[in-house]
Design a protein around this ligand. Structure first.
Ligand code: GLU
Length: 463
Protein backbone atom coordinates (compact mmCIF):
# COMPACT_ATOMS: atom_id res chain seq x y z
CA UNK A 1 0.00 0.00 0.00
CA UNK A 2 1.38 3.42 -0.94
CA UNK A 3 1.03 5.95 1.83
CA UNK A 4 -0.97 8.94 0.68
CA UNK A 5 -1.62 11.91 2.92
CA UNK A 6 -3.17 15.30 2.41
CA UNK A 7 -3.30 18.75 3.88
CA UNK A 8 -6.82 20.11 3.70
CA UNK A 9 -6.92 23.70 4.93
CA UNK A 10 -10.00 25.90 4.75
CA UNK A 11 -9.03 29.29 3.34
CA UNK A 12 -11.27 31.04 5.85
CA UNK A 13 -8.38 32.27 7.98
CA UNK A 14 -4.66 32.71 7.54
CA UNK A 15 -2.37 29.68 7.57
CA UNK A 16 -0.55 30.05 10.87
CA UNK A 17 1.88 28.02 12.96
CA UNK A 18 -0.63 25.28 13.81
CA UNK A 19 -1.77 24.73 10.23
CA UNK A 20 1.78 24.80 8.94
CA UNK A 21 2.77 22.14 11.45
CA UNK A 22 -0.15 19.94 10.39
CA UNK A 23 0.96 20.37 6.78
CA UNK A 24 4.56 19.53 7.71
CA UNK A 25 3.63 16.37 9.65
CA UNK A 26 1.38 15.18 6.86
CA UNK A 27 4.07 15.93 4.26
CA UNK A 28 6.82 14.28 6.33
CA UNK A 29 4.77 11.15 6.80
CA UNK A 30 4.23 10.77 3.06
CA UNK A 31 7.85 11.57 2.19
CA UNK A 32 9.18 9.20 4.86
CA UNK A 33 7.41 6.34 3.11
CA UNK A 34 8.10 7.61 -0.40
CA UNK A 35 4.36 8.11 -0.72
CA UNK A 36 2.18 10.92 -2.04
CA UNK A 37 1.05 14.16 -0.51
CA UNK A 38 -1.84 16.20 -1.85
CA UNK A 39 -3.05 19.69 -1.12
CA UNK A 40 -6.79 20.13 -0.99
CA UNK A 41 -8.13 23.62 -0.44
CA UNK A 42 -11.45 23.24 1.35
CA UNK A 43 -13.16 26.30 -0.04
CA UNK A 44 -16.75 25.15 0.33
CA UNK A 45 -17.63 27.99 2.69
CA UNK A 46 -17.81 30.56 -0.10
CA UNK A 47 -18.71 33.42 2.19
CA UNK A 48 -15.78 33.02 4.56
CA UNK A 49 -13.14 31.77 2.09
CA UNK A 50 -10.85 34.44 0.68
CA UNK A 51 -8.34 34.51 -2.17
CA UNK A 52 -5.87 36.13 0.19
CA UNK A 53 -6.03 33.19 2.60
CA UNK A 54 -5.64 30.74 -0.31
CA UNK A 55 -2.58 32.65 -1.47
CA UNK A 56 -1.02 32.49 2.01
CA UNK A 57 -1.53 28.72 2.01
CA UNK A 58 0.14 28.33 -1.38
CA UNK A 59 2.95 30.80 -0.64
CA UNK A 60 3.53 29.47 2.86
CA UNK A 61 3.80 25.87 1.71
CA UNK A 62 6.08 26.77 -1.17
CA UNK A 63 8.27 28.79 1.18
CA UNK A 64 8.52 25.85 3.60
CA UNK A 65 9.30 23.53 0.70
CA UNK A 66 6.25 21.35 1.43
CA UNK A 67 5.75 20.33 -2.17
CA UNK A 68 2.51 18.62 -3.05
CA UNK A 69 1.95 16.03 -5.74
CA UNK A 70 -0.22 17.06 -8.67
CA UNK A 71 -2.24 20.25 -8.80
CA UNK A 72 -3.94 21.65 -5.68
CA UNK A 73 -7.48 20.35 -5.49
CA UNK A 74 -10.27 22.82 -4.79
CA UNK A 75 -13.04 21.14 -2.85
CA UNK A 76 -15.67 23.55 -4.16
CA UNK A 77 -15.18 22.09 -7.64
CA UNK A 78 -16.16 18.62 -6.44
CA UNK A 79 -19.71 19.32 -5.38
CA UNK A 80 -21.17 16.88 -7.92
CA UNK A 81 -19.31 14.00 -6.32
CA UNK A 82 -20.45 15.08 -2.85
CA UNK A 83 -24.09 15.33 -3.93
CA UNK A 84 -23.86 11.93 -5.63
CA UNK A 85 -22.81 10.44 -2.30
CA UNK A 86 -25.73 12.16 -0.52
CA UNK A 87 -28.13 10.75 -3.13
CA UNK A 88 -26.65 7.28 -2.79
CA UNK A 89 -27.26 7.40 0.98
CA UNK A 90 -30.82 8.66 0.39
CA UNK A 91 -31.52 5.92 -2.18
CA UNK A 92 -30.25 3.26 0.16
CA UNK A 93 -32.32 4.57 3.07
CA UNK A 94 -29.19 5.55 4.98
CA UNK A 95 -30.10 9.22 4.97
CA UNK A 96 -33.36 11.13 5.11
CA UNK A 97 -34.87 14.51 4.42
CA UNK A 98 -35.46 16.59 7.52
CA UNK A 99 -38.03 19.38 7.41
CA UNK A 100 -37.62 20.64 10.97
CA UNK A 101 -37.66 24.42 11.03
CA UNK A 102 -35.14 26.55 12.85
CA UNK A 103 -37.75 27.36 15.50
CA UNK A 104 -38.47 23.73 16.06
CA UNK A 105 -34.76 22.96 16.44
CA UNK A 106 -34.27 25.89 18.81
CA UNK A 107 -37.12 24.67 21.00
CA UNK A 108 -35.70 21.15 20.92
CA UNK A 109 -32.34 22.41 22.15
CA UNK A 110 -33.88 24.62 24.81
CA UNK A 111 -35.90 21.71 26.17
CA UNK A 112 -32.79 19.53 26.23
CA UNK A 113 -30.86 22.26 28.02
CA UNK A 114 -33.54 22.55 30.72
CA UNK A 115 -33.56 18.78 31.14
CA UNK A 116 -29.77 18.84 31.46
CA UNK A 117 -29.35 16.73 28.33
CA UNK A 118 -26.80 17.04 25.55
CA UNK A 119 -28.11 19.19 22.68
CA UNK A 120 -28.73 16.89 19.73
CA UNK A 121 -31.24 16.30 16.97
CA UNK A 122 -34.02 14.06 18.32
CA UNK A 123 -34.73 12.18 15.09
CA UNK A 124 -38.21 13.68 14.45
CA UNK A 125 -37.99 13.21 10.66
CA UNK A 126 -35.97 9.99 10.73
CA UNK A 127 -38.96 7.76 10.18
CA UNK A 128 -41.21 10.16 8.34
CA UNK A 129 -43.11 8.39 5.56
CA UNK A 130 -43.38 9.79 2.01
CA UNK A 131 -47.04 10.69 2.61
CA UNK A 132 -46.38 12.51 5.86
CA UNK A 133 -43.56 14.55 4.40
CA UNK A 134 -44.54 18.16 3.74
CA UNK A 135 -44.77 19.00 0.05
CA UNK A 136 -42.40 21.64 -1.39
CA UNK A 137 -41.06 22.51 2.05
CA UNK A 138 -37.35 23.28 2.45
CA UNK A 139 -35.34 20.40 3.85
CA UNK A 140 -31.85 19.33 4.84
CA UNK A 141 -30.56 15.79 4.38
CA UNK A 142 -29.47 14.01 7.53
CA UNK A 143 -27.38 10.91 7.85
CA UNK A 144 -28.98 8.05 9.83
CA UNK A 145 -26.36 7.49 12.50
CA UNK A 146 -26.44 4.09 14.19
CA UNK A 147 -28.44 4.43 17.40
CA UNK A 148 -26.72 1.72 19.35
CA UNK A 149 -23.21 0.46 19.81
CA UNK A 150 -19.97 2.37 19.76
CA UNK A 151 -17.70 3.92 17.19
CA UNK A 152 -14.01 3.58 17.90
CA UNK A 153 -11.37 5.91 16.57
CA UNK A 154 -8.13 3.96 16.56
CA UNK A 155 -5.96 7.00 16.48
CA UNK A 156 -2.27 6.63 15.71
CA UNK A 157 -1.38 9.46 18.07
CA UNK A 158 -4.10 9.59 20.70
CA UNK A 159 -4.72 5.87 20.94
CA UNK A 160 -8.15 4.22 20.88
CA UNK A 161 -11.01 6.59 21.63
CA UNK A 162 -14.56 5.32 22.09
CA UNK A 163 -17.65 7.29 21.10
CA UNK A 164 -21.01 5.80 22.20
CA UNK A 165 -23.32 6.00 19.18
CA UNK A 166 -26.24 7.24 21.28
CA UNK A 167 -24.29 10.47 21.75
CA UNK A 168 -23.92 11.03 18.03
CA UNK A 169 -26.99 12.58 16.45
CA UNK A 170 -28.09 12.51 12.82
CA UNK A 171 -25.68 14.76 11.05
CA UNK A 172 -26.76 17.20 8.34
CA UNK A 173 -24.94 16.17 5.18
CA UNK A 174 -26.72 18.51 2.78
CA UNK A 175 -27.97 21.97 3.68
CA UNK A 176 -31.29 23.56 2.68
CA UNK A 177 -29.47 25.44 -0.11
CA UNK A 178 -28.35 22.12 -1.57
CA UNK A 179 -24.68 22.39 -0.54
CA UNK A 180 -22.92 19.46 1.11
CA UNK A 181 -21.46 19.83 4.60
CA UNK A 182 -17.87 19.45 5.76
CA UNK A 183 -17.95 15.90 7.15
CA UNK A 184 -19.60 14.49 4.05
CA UNK A 185 -17.30 16.33 1.63
CA UNK A 186 -14.16 15.31 3.52
CA UNK A 187 -15.11 11.65 3.49
CA UNK A 188 -15.97 11.63 -0.22
CA UNK A 189 -12.77 13.48 -1.11
CA UNK A 190 -10.43 11.48 1.11
CA UNK A 191 -11.90 8.27 -0.31
CA UNK A 192 -11.79 9.45 -3.95
CA UNK A 193 -8.19 10.53 -3.49
CA UNK A 194 -7.26 7.20 -1.85
CA UNK A 195 -5.93 8.94 1.24
CA UNK A 196 -4.46 6.27 3.51
CA UNK A 197 -3.59 8.47 6.51
CA UNK A 198 -5.55 11.50 7.65
CA UNK A 199 -3.17 13.64 9.70
CA UNK A 200 -4.88 16.68 11.21
CA UNK A 201 -5.36 18.76 14.34
CA UNK A 202 -7.00 17.16 17.37
CA UNK A 203 -9.76 19.78 17.15
CA UNK A 204 -11.19 17.45 14.50
CA UNK A 205 -11.27 14.36 16.71
CA UNK A 206 -14.99 14.74 17.45
CA UNK A 207 -15.77 14.73 13.73
CA UNK A 208 -13.96 11.47 13.19
CA UNK A 209 -16.58 8.99 14.51
CA UNK A 210 -19.15 10.68 12.27
CA UNK A 211 -16.79 10.38 9.33
CA UNK A 212 -16.08 6.72 10.11
CA UNK A 213 -19.82 6.04 10.10
CA UNK A 214 -20.12 7.76 6.72
CA UNK A 215 -17.26 5.70 5.25
CA UNK A 216 -18.97 2.56 6.45
CA UNK A 217 -22.39 3.57 5.13
CA UNK A 218 -20.89 4.44 1.74
CA UNK A 219 -19.02 1.12 1.63
CA UNK A 220 -15.63 2.88 1.57
CA UNK A 221 -12.35 1.90 3.19
CA UNK A 222 -11.74 3.82 6.40
CA UNK A 223 -8.31 5.50 6.40
CA UNK A 224 -5.98 5.62 9.39
CA UNK A 225 -6.27 8.72 11.55
CA UNK A 226 -3.62 10.70 13.38
CA UNK A 227 -4.82 13.68 15.39
CA UNK A 228 -2.11 16.06 16.52
CA UNK A 229 -2.57 17.88 19.82
CA UNK A 230 -2.86 21.62 19.46
CA UNK A 231 -0.23 24.27 20.09
CA UNK A 232 -0.52 26.52 23.11
CA UNK A 233 1.19 29.81 23.81
CA UNK A 234 4.03 29.99 26.35
CA UNK A 235 1.43 30.83 29.03
CA UNK A 236 -0.48 27.60 28.35
CA UNK A 237 -3.45 29.36 26.75
CA UNK A 238 -4.67 28.52 23.28
CA UNK A 239 -2.33 29.99 20.68
CA UNK A 240 -3.51 33.35 19.42
CA UNK A 241 -2.17 36.45 17.70
CA UNK A 242 -0.83 37.63 21.04
CA UNK A 243 1.48 34.59 21.09
CA UNK A 244 2.84 35.27 17.66
CA UNK A 245 0.25 33.22 15.82
CA UNK A 246 0.42 35.21 12.63
CA UNK A 247 0.22 34.17 8.99
CA UNK A 248 3.12 31.79 8.34
CA UNK A 249 4.34 34.04 5.54
CA UNK A 250 5.05 36.75 8.13
CA UNK A 251 7.87 34.63 9.48
CA UNK A 252 9.37 34.80 6.03
CA UNK A 253 9.18 38.59 6.08
CA UNK A 254 10.86 38.63 9.49
CA UNK A 255 13.83 36.82 7.97
CA UNK A 256 13.38 33.30 9.32
CA UNK A 257 14.85 30.49 7.30
CA UNK A 258 12.24 28.06 6.02
CA UNK A 259 14.27 25.13 7.20
CA UNK A 260 14.67 26.59 10.70
CA UNK A 261 10.89 26.94 10.75
CA UNK A 262 10.42 23.31 9.68
CA UNK A 263 12.97 22.10 12.23
CA UNK A 264 11.19 24.08 14.94
CA UNK A 265 7.70 22.97 13.90
CA UNK A 266 8.76 19.34 13.70
CA UNK A 267 9.97 19.42 17.29
CA UNK A 268 6.78 21.12 18.37
CA UNK A 269 5.03 17.92 19.32
CA UNK A 270 7.33 15.30 17.81
CA UNK A 271 10.56 13.99 19.26
CA UNK A 272 13.45 11.79 18.32
CA UNK A 273 15.39 11.12 21.50
CA UNK A 274 16.90 14.36 22.76
CA UNK A 275 17.78 15.62 19.30
CA UNK A 276 16.87 19.20 18.50
CA UNK A 277 18.62 19.90 15.24
CA UNK A 278 17.44 18.08 12.13
CA UNK A 279 18.26 18.64 8.51
CA UNK A 280 15.42 18.21 6.02
CA UNK A 281 16.77 14.76 5.17
CA UNK A 282 16.98 13.84 8.89
CA UNK A 283 13.35 14.83 9.36
CA UNK A 284 12.22 12.72 6.42
CA UNK A 285 14.29 9.79 7.61
CA UNK A 286 13.21 9.82 11.25
CA UNK A 287 9.69 11.20 11.25
CA UNK A 288 7.00 8.91 12.61
CA UNK A 289 3.60 9.26 14.20
CA UNK A 290 4.49 7.10 17.19
CA UNK A 291 6.65 9.83 18.70
CA UNK A 292 4.11 12.62 18.57
CA UNK A 293 3.14 13.57 22.12
CA UNK A 294 -0.44 13.27 23.35
CA UNK A 295 -0.56 16.63 25.10
CA UNK A 296 -0.49 20.13 23.62
CA UNK A 297 2.90 21.63 22.88
CA UNK A 298 3.98 25.11 23.87
CA UNK A 299 5.17 27.66 21.41
CA UNK A 300 8.66 28.83 22.37
CA UNK A 301 9.89 31.90 20.53
CA UNK A 302 13.41 31.65 22.02
CA UNK A 303 13.83 28.14 20.71
CA UNK A 304 12.67 29.16 17.26
CA UNK A 305 15.21 32.00 17.31
CA UNK A 306 17.92 29.68 18.55
CA UNK A 307 17.25 27.21 15.74
CA UNK A 308 17.15 30.03 13.23
CA UNK A 309 20.55 31.29 14.41
CA UNK A 310 21.85 27.74 14.18
CA UNK A 311 20.66 27.30 10.60
CA UNK A 312 21.90 30.76 9.65
CA UNK A 313 25.38 29.40 10.41
CA UNK A 314 24.86 25.89 9.12
CA UNK A 315 23.08 26.55 5.83
CA UNK A 316 24.85 26.67 2.49
CA UNK A 317 25.28 30.26 1.24
CA UNK A 318 23.77 29.22 -2.08
CA UNK A 319 20.57 28.25 -0.26
CA UNK A 320 20.25 31.70 1.31
CA UNK A 321 21.24 33.89 -1.59
CA UNK A 322 17.79 34.37 -3.15
CA UNK A 323 16.15 35.48 0.07
CA UNK A 324 19.04 37.78 1.03
CA UNK A 325 18.84 39.33 -2.44
CA UNK A 326 15.09 39.77 -2.00
CA UNK A 327 15.60 41.61 1.30
CA UNK A 328 18.51 43.65 -0.09
CA UNK A 329 16.38 44.68 -3.04
CA UNK A 330 19.18 46.46 -4.92
CA UNK A 331 21.52 46.01 -7.85
CA UNK A 332 24.44 43.90 -6.66
CA UNK A 333 26.22 43.64 -10.01
CA UNK A 334 28.69 46.37 -9.09
CA UNK A 335 30.00 44.53 -6.02
CA UNK A 336 31.20 41.10 -4.95
CA UNK A 337 29.01 38.07 -5.61
CA UNK A 338 26.39 37.92 -2.89
CA UNK A 339 27.09 34.23 -2.41
CA UNK A 340 30.68 35.14 -1.43
CA UNK A 341 29.50 37.85 0.97
CA UNK A 342 27.13 35.54 2.87
CA UNK A 343 29.85 33.45 4.61
CA UNK A 344 31.24 36.68 6.11
CA UNK A 345 27.85 37.33 7.71
CA UNK A 346 26.67 33.87 8.75
CA UNK A 347 28.22 33.92 12.21
CA UNK A 348 26.91 37.37 12.99
CA UNK A 349 23.34 37.39 11.65
CA UNK A 350 20.36 36.14 13.63
CA UNK A 351 18.14 36.16 10.57
CA UNK A 352 18.11 36.89 6.86
CA UNK A 353 16.91 40.43 7.35
CA UNK A 354 19.95 41.16 9.49
CA UNK A 355 22.15 39.40 6.98
CA UNK A 356 20.83 41.58 4.17
CA UNK A 357 21.51 44.61 6.36
CA UNK A 358 25.10 43.45 6.80
CA UNK A 359 25.55 42.79 3.09
CA UNK A 360 24.45 46.29 2.10
CA UNK A 361 27.86 47.89 2.71
CA UNK A 362 29.38 45.83 -0.10
CA UNK A 363 27.08 47.42 -2.67
CA UNK A 364 26.63 51.03 -1.58
CA UNK A 365 29.13 53.53 -0.27
CA UNK A 366 27.97 55.31 2.87
CA UNK A 367 26.22 58.61 2.35
CA UNK A 368 26.77 59.63 5.96
CA UNK A 369 29.00 58.68 8.87
CA UNK A 370 27.66 57.92 12.32
CA UNK A 371 28.45 61.00 14.36
CA UNK A 372 29.06 59.23 17.64
CA UNK A 373 31.46 56.77 16.00
CA UNK A 374 33.35 59.51 14.19
CA UNK A 375 33.79 61.45 17.42
CA UNK A 376 35.08 58.40 19.20
CA UNK A 377 37.40 57.03 16.52
CA UNK A 378 38.81 60.00 14.64
CA UNK A 379 41.57 61.62 16.69
CA UNK A 380 44.56 63.73 15.88
CA UNK A 381 46.79 60.91 14.66
CA UNK A 382 44.07 59.10 12.70
CA UNK A 383 44.69 60.73 9.32
CA UNK A 384 48.41 59.91 9.47
CA UNK A 385 47.54 56.24 10.06
CA UNK A 386 45.06 56.30 7.17
CA UNK A 387 47.58 57.93 4.85
CA UNK A 388 50.13 55.27 5.72
CA UNK A 389 47.52 52.63 4.86
CA UNK A 390 46.71 54.28 1.51
CA UNK A 391 50.41 54.44 0.68
CA UNK A 392 50.82 50.72 1.39
CA UNK A 393 47.77 49.86 -0.72
CA UNK A 394 49.04 51.89 -3.61
CA UNK A 395 52.52 50.37 -3.58
CA UNK A 396 51.90 46.70 -2.73
CA UNK A 397 49.75 43.82 -3.98
CA UNK A 398 46.24 43.96 -2.54
CA UNK A 399 44.52 41.20 -0.64
CA UNK A 400 42.39 41.18 2.50
CA UNK A 401 45.10 39.37 4.34
CA UNK A 402 47.80 41.82 3.20
CA UNK A 403 45.62 44.80 4.15
CA UNK A 404 45.12 43.29 7.58
CA UNK A 405 48.90 42.94 7.96
CA UNK A 406 49.50 46.56 6.88
CA UNK A 407 47.05 47.75 9.51
CA UNK A 408 48.85 45.64 12.12
CA UNK A 409 52.31 46.88 11.05
CA UNK A 410 51.32 50.55 10.86
CA UNK A 411 49.72 50.45 14.30
CA UNK A 412 52.64 48.57 15.80
CA UNK A 413 55.11 51.10 14.42
CA UNK A 414 53.05 53.86 16.04
CA UNK A 415 52.65 51.95 19.27
CA UNK A 416 48.83 51.95 19.13
CA UNK A 417 46.34 49.08 18.99
CA UNK A 418 44.88 47.94 15.67
CA UNK A 419 41.46 49.40 16.38
CA UNK A 420 42.93 52.88 16.00
CA UNK A 421 43.17 52.27 12.26
CA UNK A 422 40.72 49.43 11.65
CA UNK A 423 37.76 51.33 13.15
CA UNK A 424 38.30 54.51 11.10
CA UNK A 425 38.58 52.34 7.98
CA UNK A 426 35.31 50.63 8.87
CA UNK A 427 33.56 53.95 9.41
CA UNK A 428 34.80 55.28 6.10
CA UNK A 429 33.72 52.25 4.13
CA UNK A 430 30.50 51.44 5.97
CA UNK A 431 29.44 54.64 7.73
CA UNK A 432 29.35 52.70 11.03
CA UNK A 433 32.08 50.99 13.08
CA UNK A 434 30.67 47.51 12.39
CA UNK A 435 31.51 45.04 9.67
CA UNK A 436 32.70 41.47 9.38
CA UNK A 437 36.42 40.93 10.25
CA UNK A 438 38.47 43.60 8.50
CA UNK A 439 40.52 41.23 6.33
CA UNK A 440 37.38 39.55 4.96
CA UNK A 441 35.60 42.88 4.51
CA UNK A 442 38.46 44.44 2.58
CA UNK A 443 39.03 41.32 0.49
CA UNK A 444 35.38 41.38 -0.59
CA UNK A 445 35.24 45.12 -1.15
CA UNK A 446 38.44 45.17 -3.23
CA UNK A 447 41.23 47.71 -3.45
CA UNK A 448 39.62 50.24 -5.75
CA UNK A 449 36.35 50.52 -3.86
CA UNK A 450 38.11 50.57 -0.47
CA UNK A 451 40.44 53.39 -1.44
CA UNK A 452 37.75 55.36 -3.19
CA UNK A 453 35.51 55.18 -0.09
CA UNK A 454 38.37 56.13 2.23
CA UNK A 455 39.23 59.12 0.06
CA UNK A 456 35.60 60.21 -0.35
CA UNK A 457 35.08 59.93 3.41
CA UNK A 458 38.28 61.77 4.16
CA UNK A 459 37.22 64.64 1.93
CA UNK A 460 33.91 64.94 3.74
CA UNK A 461 35.16 64.48 7.29
CA UNK A 462 38.21 66.68 6.89
CA UNK A 463 35.84 69.30 5.54
N1 GLU B 1 -10.67 21.93 6.31
C1 GLU B 1 -10.46 21.58 7.68
C2 GLU B 1 -9.80 22.69 8.43
O1 GLU B 1 -9.13 23.52 7.84
C3 GLU B 1 -9.59 20.36 7.85
C4 GLU B 1 -10.21 19.14 7.39
C5 GLU B 1 -9.44 17.89 7.68
O2 GLU B 1 -8.20 17.95 7.79
O3 GLU B 1 -10.08 16.87 7.71
O4 GLU B 1 -9.88 22.72 9.63
Amino acid sequence: MTVKTRFAPSPTGMLHIGGARTALFSWLYARHFGGEFVLRIEDTDKERSTDEATQVILDGMKWLGLDWDGEPIYQGARQDQHIAAVNKLLDEGKAYKCYCSKDKLDNMREKQRIEGKKAMYDGTCRNLSEQDAPKDAPFVVRFKSPEQGETWVKDLVLGHVCFPNEEIDDLIIKRTDGTPTYNLAVVVDDADMSITHVVRGSDHLNNTPRQIQLYQALGLDVPEFAHIPLIHGADGAKMSKRHGSVAITEYREKGYLPHAMNNYLARLGWSHGDDEVFSREDLIQHFDLAHIGKSPSRFDQDKLDWLNAHWMKASKPADMVDEVARFLDMDTSNGPNLVDVIPALQERSKNLLEMAGGARLFYVAPSEYQEKAVKKNFKEGTWALLNAFIAKAESEDWSGEAAHQWIADICEAEGVNMGKLAQPIRILIAGVPVSPPIDITLELLGKEETLSRIQAGAAILQG
